[in-house]
Design a protein around this ligand. Structure first.
Ligand code: G3P
Length: 222
């Protein structure tokens, strides 16, 4: 992923699923091309292949399982995600949390198949643990701020700067992102000022009455 970056997590909102999700993905592609900023989308698993084929911006899975290929009914294989054209995956989002061991194994599997790994962390301590597994990105997102109206960069700037500091101490090759409550270009500017190389966000765009205007404002903060 090119940084600084905005990752739009489609989650499982109605507004970001199926044809509505494809229209949202095309809007993200338009904004990225119009203003030359790095915008990445993380659609639901069921829409991943379609989105990766239909738009020319990077696509992430929201989760993968640390499995190979074979008899793994109901699992999401990293190799299969890679074949859709996705470039990587979120891991351990607070809405899809994993044990430390599963996070480590999933990061390893992503490396094996060539998927970029964005490991989400609820706090600074989890950010340090995540960094020790050698992912490409660690994204700190305090769960209590997710979906709210106050950005983590205002509500708790120290968790952002502290995660940057501690993650870099553990593994200077890991890029730090942040998320939760990010709603404006100013919030994005603050995230970068606090040492991150971008943000994860969802409701500020997906639940906006004008998603394109919301994304334009956010992306101009990069
Ligand atoms: O992965 C990003 C997401 O959890 C943030 O959600 O709605 O606070 O932007 P939101």
């Amino acid at each position: 992923m090119k940084t600084p970056v905005i990752i739009l997590n489609f989650k499982a909102y109605r507004e970001s699923s199926a044809e509505r999700g494809l229209a949202l993905a095309r809007m993200c592609e338009e904004v990225a091309q119009e203003i030359g900023k790095s915008i990445v989308i993380a659609p639901q698993q069921i829409d991943l292949s379609l989105m990766a084929k239909e738009v020319d911006i990077p696509v992430l899975a929201q989760h993968v399982d640390p499995i190979g290929e074979g008899s793994f009914t109901g699992h999401i294989s990293p190799a299969g995600v890679k074949e859709t054209g996705a470039i990587g995956t979120l891991i351990n989002h607070s809405e899809r949390q994993l044990s430390h061991d599963l996070i480590r194994l999933t990061v390893e599997k992503c490396k094996e198949v060539g998927l970029e790994s964005v490991v989400c962390a609820n706090d600074i301590e989890m950010g340090k643990v995540a960094a020790s597994f050698g992912p490409d990105y660690v994204a700190v997102e305090p769960p209590e701020l997710i979906g709210g109206d106050i950005s983590v960069t205002s509500a708790d700037p120290d968790i952002v700067s502290g995660t940057v500091e501690k993650v870099k101490e553990v593994n200077p090759n890991v890029t730090v992102l942040c998320g939760a409550g990010v709603k404006s270009g100013e919030d994005v500017r603050k995230a970068v000022e606090l040492g991150t190389e971008g943000v994860l966000l969802a409701s500020g765009v997906i639940k906006s009455p004008d998603p394109k205007a919301a994304l334009l404002d956010l992306a101009l903060g990069l």
